[in-house]
Design a protein around this ligand. Structure first.
Ligand code: FE2
Length: 333
């Protein structure tokens, strides 16, 4: 047996051990598929248009590739007209960009994407390029229009607000008020201002639903400690009552640090939204939930977050000399 075959055998054996013996290393392929109706204001514009929503793929060593391909096959099985993905495609490095391209390229429907904080930490431009190679359209503070069965739908994407890259005014510029629009933002709290600007449904991620939702721990970790108003699922309103807009926070597919997912709401998730259907027309997992108190990040916090992106880029530049992606097969944690 060659030395390479021995190493490969040991690697597979270790992976099996991790999967079968380590309860904290959640390599489970259990997903939840959830289905919701779109907002009422779409009823006069759209009929039978299905949006698939994925978020926080975090393609990398923490999330097995089988999980990524499961997410894709479940999405494809739902036969969406479009798929929207609300950021955090990678973990901490550019090591898995070819895998990311492959995952995205296997989605059957047109894909629209916005970046998340991890994408900016790892290097936004290479992530964008990997997504584009996979066939996705990346919306950086911009909007586009897709026409499906003669029904135009505008899709607006905000770049990541966590790291200070969101520019709502640029994204909204030229938006047509006479055509329906959906929004994408990694950070769900950006939805409040998008609703005001006439975007009645926003898809988000970032929270991973807290990853541990037993004993309502996610409300403590994501709500009270991290200061999020929107933790997991549907918030706002799809009807005519205030706040005249809804946001869906997906639980995500992968993880960047801790692979643990415990509790029903924490399960990996693929969501489908039926635009042009009346809320209540079919069984939904839940209706709009009340928002949590939340906390607006201070300007000092915002500066610290923006600075983290700069420092990581500088470190990458120093390590790679001219900014080339690292060649190491080991992803830093
Ligand atoms: Fe994430």
């Amino acid at each position: 047996m060659s030395r390479f075959a021995t190493i490969e055998g040991l690697r597979k054996f270790r992976q099996t051990l991790l999967r079968e013996r380590d309860p904290w290393h959640d390599t489970s392929r259990r997903f939840r598929i959830r289905r919701f109706a779109g907002p009422e204001c779409f009823l006069e514009h759209l009929e039978g248009l299905r949006v698939g929503h994925l978020t926080d793929l975090h393609v990398g060593r923490v999330t097995p590739m089988e999980v990524q391909y499961d997410a894709v096959s479940m999405t494809n099985a739902g036969k969406p007209d479009i798929v929207v993905i609300s950021g955090d495609f990678v973990c901490h490095s550019q090591v898995y960009l070819a895998d990311l391209t492959d995952v995205i390229s296997k989605i059957d429907a047109p894909v629209f994407a916005v970046l998340g904080n991890h994408d900016h930490w790892a290097g936004a431009q290479p992530v964008r390029e990997a997504l584009r190679r996979g066939g996705a359209e990346v919306l950086d503070n911009a909007h586009t229009t897709i026409t499906i069965r003669n029904q135009p739908l505008q899709i607006l994407g905000l770049d990541d607000a966590y790291t200070g890259h969101a520019d709502r005014h640029a994204a909204l510029k030229g938006l047509r008020p006479d055509q329906p629009v959906i929004g994408l933002s990694h950070i769900a709290e950006e939805a409040d201002a998008l609703w005001e600007a006439g975007v009645p449904l926003v898809f988000s991620g970032h929270t991973h639903a807290g990853q541990v939702t037993v004993a309502r721990l996610h409300e403590l970790s994501v709500g009270k400690l991290a200061g999020h108003k929107y933790i997991h699922g549907l918030y706002g309103s799809r009807g005519t009552e205030d706040p005249k807009g809804a946001v869906y926070v997906g639980a995500g597919v992968g993880a960047a640090l801790v692979p643990l997912r415990v509790g029903e709401r924490a399960k990996r998730e693929v969501a489908f939204f039926e635009l042009g259907m009346q809320p209540g027309a079919f069984d939904e997992h839940h209706r709009e939930q009340p928002a949590h108190a939340g906390r607006v990040p201070s300007s000092k916090t915002k500066e610290r977050r923006a600075d983290a992106v700069r420092r990581k880029q500088e470190r990458r530049d120093r390590r790679n000399g001219n900014g080339k992606p690292p060649t190491s097969a080991v992803e830093p944690s």
